[in-house]
Write a protein that binds this ligand. Structure first.
Ligand code: FE2
Length: 664
């Protein structure tokens, strides 16, 4: 009788091996095998088996796997990686799995060759595809977390997340996401309940000693300097606010008499030369600030004007802390008293913290990555090339976002307890930000052009992001170009079109003015869209996530809240009023702990462009993955070499330090 020789591989991870009895059935175009019981104890990690058939069953389409526990024994989880089968004719078929099997149901896994829905003609394959998506749309449902925000996945608690998208045991154990864990590691737990004010900047320095990085120490030493203040708008954790300014906003009446421009030119001349830049935090205008420790906090909506000097430094030249110009809303300048100017910059840094965390980080990377992920899991079957390409970019995102909603932005979470934008302001900021997201702003080359930042010197975020975007773009073109031969393949792919439409409807709330595609008509449109998805989940998240401890742990550089209103006249601020404005001790140390936890890579971190789980079997996509990894490796070397010559190395977009997905 014809015989298939098989190898079943269990994933090499904690608790992956099962003691249950595993059975397998092979299904081909002309028939199927009987169920074959393998063993109560598969040899680890690979186990050989043979399976006989009465006659040829044709081309293999799928396998079925079933796991059952012994009598009276509880179910034991199993994490198979793949099955390989060699046919009697000597042809090898490969079946990727890469997921937990925890129940005793029958699970089907398609042969690895990627297949678009229009090319899937065999009835059993079509049925398997339909059933897989039916199950997934029941498992992964959209949920409205708050009106006006991108929708998220509907889950009651972490334990109801499907196993395939849960943290590994390693990550689960390491990542408590509790402030206490961070406070203990930073040896700050003794200050967690202290509601006192700081008595001096030195006193903050005395507790800021553990787990420091070279950059956080640099920030501690230089936080008062205008050069570091300006530098952070380009290469800090939030390079998303700055834009070139060719005309002053009407509500920001800066005059030549107020500012000193290096090089002796007028403001109008320098605006014409493209050397004036604006950061406008109008997103925060008119919001009710939070209370912290029972005290009213203050949240400004500043406007900041910056000048690129002839020496190519970006320096702040004017700050107005509220949107409406008035006598009690002075425009502060570097020539003002030391404490006036320092306080004005601190209000800007605090405003930037809120906008960075809620808009640039949480909304534009975490929440969007969740939208992309849920839509992938609902609409693309495992055999779809886009599923194979994108599923590594969804790893851990659903769980990390659930935890963020439960522990960071919930009523008792860090944001509501210790930041100026906690409470009702937070929802307003997120809603306002979401209502203005555009497709242009998610595509970094278009975004930088739109903000007029193409020629700003020493803009390492732009330099590195452009290179990564282009590398992803070539990779996506190489993989998808193999499956979508012409535009009609894109137009006829109903699964792809539903994936895109659900992103538009559930993520971008059907706003046509967002410019987000509602359907894709060409291969070029598809490649750009998928490039944006991968870039957002990997590089963009790294750019706004990885430096949180570096720039944010020294509180005076990034106050999570401020508890005195800003001065309404010049010449009144002094060291005492500055210290009274800074957050209390408990707010400070909780902020440091959160920054620490959110910047800490886990030990099962998968570097960007690494694909330990093999979903593709064809040569072309596998070659493309190899090339992609190689190109990212070269970029890593280039960035490391460049950074050797920089006073502040820019590492946030170093591919070696990026992950495939939003996982932290
Ligand atoms: Fe993050």
């Amino acid at each position: 009788m014809p015989e298939y020789k098989g190898v079943i591989t269990t994933e090499n991870r904690l608790w992956a091996r099962s003691w249950d009895c595993i059975s397998i059935k092979v299904v081909g175009t002309d028939g199927a095998s009987q169920w074959k019981a393998l063993s109560y104890l598969l040899s680890f990690p690979e186990s050989d088996f043979e399976i006989e058939v009465d006659r040829s069953i044709g081309k293999l389409v799928l396998i079925e796997l079933k796991k059952s526990s012994g009598i009276l024994l509880p179910q034991d989880s199993w994490f198979p990686a793949k099955v390989e089968l060699k046919s009697p004719e000597g042809k090898t078929f490969y079946f990727p799995i890469h997921r937990w099997i925890t129940d005793d149901e029958v699970h089907q896994f398609r042969e690895a060759t990627a297949c678009l829905v229009v090319d899937d003609t065999y009835p059993l394959a079509i049925q398997s595809r339909t059933e897989e998506l039916k199950l997934r749309t029941e498992q992964y449902c959209w949920n409205i977390y708050a009106v006006g925000l991108p929708q998220c996945m509907k889950i009651d608690n972490v334990h109801t997340l499907p196993d395939e998208v849960r943290f590994s045991f390693t990550k689960e154990v390491e990542f408590g996401f509790t402030a206490l864990q961070g406070l203990i590691e930073l040896k700050l737990d003794g200050l967690a309940d202290c509601k006192e004010k700081w008595t001096s900047i030195d006193a903050i320095g005395k507790v800021f000693r553990h787990k420091q990085t070279a950059l956080s120490e640099y920030v501690q030493q230089n936080w008062m300097k205008d050069s570091l203040f300006g530098y952070q708008f380009l290469n800090g954790v939030n390079p998303m606010v700055i834009r070139c300014c060719s005309v002053l906003p009407e509500n920001f009446p800066v005059t030549d008499q107020m500012v000193f421009l290096h090089g002796g030119k007028s403001l109008a001349e320098e605006m014409q030369n493209g050397n004036i830049f604006l950061c406008d935090y109008k997103l925060l205008d008119g919001l009710k600030a939070n209370e912290v420790n029972g005290k009213q906090q203050y949240l400004m909506a500043p406007l900041v004007l910056l000048h690129k000097t002839p020496e190519d430094q970006l320096l702040p030249i004017a700050i107005q802390l509220k949107q409406e110009p008035s006598k009690d809303n002075p425009i502060f300048c570097p020539a003002d008293s030391e404490y006036d100017w320092l306080l004005a910059k601190m209000f800007v840094r605090s405003a930037d913290f809120q906008v960075h965390q809620l808009n640039s980080h949480f909304l534009r990377t975490h929440l969007l990555a969740e939208v992309f992920s849920v839509s992938i899991l609902r609409n693309l079957p495992m055999v779809h090339p886009l599923y194979k390409l994108l599923v590594p970019n969804t790893r851990y995102t659903l769980q990390i976002n659930f935890l963020a909603r439960e522990l960071l932005i919930s009523d008792s979470g860090f944001f509501n307890k210790f930041t100026a934008s906690g409470g009702e302001a937070m929802q307003m900021i997120l809603q306002r930000a979401n209502s203005s997201i555009t497709y242009t702003s998610l595509c970094v080359r278009d975004d930088i052009k739109e903000r007029g930042l193409e020629s700003v010197p020493h803009f390492y975020y732009r330099e590195d992001a452009f290179q990564i975007w282009d590398i992803i773009n070539r990779f996506v073109q190489g993989v998808l170009g193999y499956y979508y031969k012409d535009d009609s393949d894109v137009q006829r792919d109903t699964e792809l079109q539903t994936w895109v439409l659900e992103i538009f409807e559930h993520g971008f709330l059907s706003r046509p003015e967002s410019g987000m595609p509602q359907r894709l008509n060409t291969v070029a449109e598809l490649v750009k869209f998928v490039t944006m998805v991968i870039f957002t989940c990997s590089a963009q998240h790294g750019a706004v996530n990885n430096g949180q401890f570096d720039y944010g742990s020294w509180m005076p550089n990034t106050p999570t809240t401020l508890q005195r209103p800003p001065p309404t006249t010049k010449g009144t601020a002094d060291e005492r009023s500055l210290l009274e404005t800074l957050p209390d001790v408990n707010a400070t140390v909780h902020g440091m702990a959160v920054m620490y936890l959110l910047s800490k890579p886990s030990s099962d971190f998968v570097p960007f462009g690494h694909y330990p789980e093999e979903y593709f079997s064809e040569i072309v996509p596998r070659q493309q993955m190899h090339l992609f990894k190689g190109e990212l490796g070269l970029l890593n070397s280039k960035i490391e070499a460049r950074n050797l010559g920089l006073k502040i190395p820019y590492t946030f977009l170093d591919p070696a330090l990026l992950e495939n997905s939003v996982a932290i």
